[in-house]
Structures are given as structure tokens and as C-alpha cells.
Design a binder for this molecule. Structure first.
Ligand SMILES: Nc1ncnc2c1ncn2[C@@H]1O[C@H](COP(=O)(O)OP(=O)(O)OP(=O)(O)O)[C@@H](O)[C@H]1O
Ligand SMILES: [Mg+2]
Length: 274
């Protein structure tokens, strides 16, 4: 679904490359999380997935980003904004309509999709984010978590192939964070959506992802299943990445010879001791 080959990028205003040779393939239906220290290029990488880089934000770009067989160099951004839904940190900046329904109708209306189908898409998207009862609400009145769920639903009405979320819960309270992660879990498991998530909290990553990609200074330094990645505790700590508490605890116990495996979730941890 996503094929990134030897991708280099430098912003015009910077002296050094922000992406220094990224190779990454993501399969249809895969849930891939990206972690790494601040400034390592995660958001920049996200912007290459819908063609914003290099089409709208220009710079020195080389290599290829191929989305479902189409090279982002060869088409306009509008083509990819339909295929790749992008959710950002701040839900406020993504909502502008007077009602939830208008918010969700906006994208498909611009594609001149028939009213009946728009209606179907809105109902479907609202049911996925569990907000069917908020259709006529003013988005400004919703909680942070609800706003972000509406932003996700608005993206879904475009029927994207891929959803890219750049720290979608960093400005939400714990309840909002939980709501959004639960929506992502449903999208992955039930809708088989291809999901790319940038996130710094490793607990939800361990629980949700098929694969974790660790970036540092513009390149991928580690990649694998959550278990393969979160086992590398010393390397991650060097990068300032905190593995889930339970993984750290069981890592120390494993080093001491007390348990055989590291645990990714508290439930797994509990089983190690029974
Ligand atoms: N529009 C821009 N113009 C110039 N430089 C930029 C631009 N956006 C980001 N940068 C620089 O590129 C580097 C990578 O930034 P990026 O936002 O991709 O990192 P990040 O991994 O997402 O960081 P964070 O975890 O803080 O969100 C940083 O040095 C940043 O200052
Ligand atoms: Mg970022």
C-alpha cells in the first residue's frame, strides 16, 4: 500500500537533510507506529505520504513515495488528500463547520458525490467513531476526544485507503486519548484500514500496532513487531524512548534471570508470574 524508497528530504531553510534515506514498505491493512526523539523527522515523513512534500512544501527531495502504485511525484496533492486521510495534533485546527454533519459532508460534497451516498458515508463514519448522536451538534461544544473523533470521521467520509495520524492524542485528556485509541483499534480490526500512527506513548503502541518503526536523525534505526522493538530497552533509552512500564520491569527481571520473556501489556506481565 505504501512503498518508500531511498527517500531524502531537506527543507530549503535548513542546512541539513531531515530525511536521510528512508526505506519502508507498509502492507494493506497494516497498523504501523512511528516513534523517535523530537525533531527526528516523523512529521516530515507523514507529510510525504500525501504528497504535501514535495508538492506544496518544496525542498530538496529525492527518492520515491508510492501509494497504492502511484508515485506522489506524478499526481496533484488533491489526488492524495482523498486516498490518505491525515489527522493532526490539534483537532480544533481541523474543524470549521457549524454542525458535525456539515463537517462530515464537506469533503465528499467537494468531490461531487451524490447526496444519497454522502448520507451513507456520514452514517457509517459516525458509527465507527461512535458519535451518531452528535450529528447536529456544534463541533466547538464537544470535548477534545470527541473533536478528534469527528476529525477522524470527517477523514473517513473521503473513503481513504490509508489513515495517517500525527500525535493525534497529545493534546487530549486521558479519557480523550482512550476514546481515540479505541476508535483506531476498531478501524484496524473491523475495517482493515491501513494506519500509520506517530505517537510517543509506547503503551498504546504496544497494544495496537502490528509493527513499530523507530526513527532517529532522519533515518530508521529499528523496526519490528512491538515485542522485537520494545525488547531493545537499552537502545531505546539511549534515544530517550520509554518502553511501557511493564516491559521495562519485565526486561529487568529477565536480565536477572527471574522471568523468560518481556511483557508488552500488564495482562501479559501477570501471566509471567503465575
Ligand atoms: N516547515 C519546515 N521548514 C523548515 N524546517 C522544518 C519544517 N518543519 C520541520 N522542520 C525541521 O525539520 C526537523 C524535523 O522536524 P519534524 O517536525 O519532522 O520532526 P518530528 O520528529 O515530527 O518532531 P516532534 O516529535 O517534535 O514532532 C526539525 O529540525 C524541524 O525543525
Ligand atoms: Mg512531529
Amino acid at each position: 500500500m505504501i512503498e518508500i524508497k531511498n527517500l531524502h528530504f531537506k527543507y530549503h531553510s535548513q542546512t541539513e537533510e531531515v530525511l536521510t534515506g528512508i526505506d519502508l514498505s507498509i502492507k494493506k491493512g497494516e497498523f504501523v507506529s512511528i516513534i523517535g526523539p523530537s525533531g527526528c523527522g516523523k512529521s516530515t515523513l507523514c507529510l510525504t505520504l500525501n504528497g504535501i512534500i514535495p508538492k506544496t512544501i518544496s525542498g530538496e527531495f529525492s527518492g520515491d513515495v508510492i501509494i497504492d502504485g502511484i508515485n506522489t511525484k506524478d499526481r496533484e496533492v488533491s489526488e492524495f488528500s482523498r486516498r490518505v486521510g491525515m489527522i493532526l495534533q490539534n483537532p480544533e485546527s481541523q474543524l470549521f463547520a457549524m454542525t458535525v454533519e456539515e463537517e462530515l459532508a464537506f469533503g465528499p460534497e467537494n468531490l461531487a458525490i451524490p447526496r444519497e451516498e454522502i448520507e451513507e458515508r456520514i452514517s457509517w463514519a459516525l458509527s465507527i467513531v461512535d458519535m451518531g448522536n452528535k450529528r447536529d451538534e456544534f463541533p466547538g461544544n464537544l470535548s477534545g476526544g470527541q473533536k478528534q473523533r469527528i476529525a477522524i470521521a470527517a477523514s473517513l467520509t473521503m473513503k481513504p485507503d490509508i489513515l495517517v495520524l500525527d500525535e493525534p492524542t497529545s493534546q487530549l485528556d486521558p479519557v480523550g486519548k482512550r476514546e481515540v485509541f479505541s476508535v483506531l483499534k476498531g478501524l484496524h480490526e473491523k475495517e482493515k484500514m491501513t494506519i500509520v500512527l506517530v505517537e510517543h506513548r509506547t503503551e498504546p503502541i504496544a497494544e495496537l500496532s502490528d509493527r513499530v518503526v523507530v526513527m532517529d536523525k532522519g533515518s530508521i534505526v529499528l523496526e519490528g513487531t512491538p515485542r522485537e522493538v520494545f525488547e531493545k530497552v537499552p537502545l531505546l533509552r539511549e534515544l530517550g524512548i520509554m518502553v511501557p512500564d511493564i516491559s521495562y520491569l519485565t526486561y529487568l527481571l529477565k536480565e536477572g534471570g527471574y522471568v523468560k520473556d518481556i511483557a508488552l501489556t500488564v495482562e501479559e506481565g501477570r501471566r509471567l508470574f503465575i
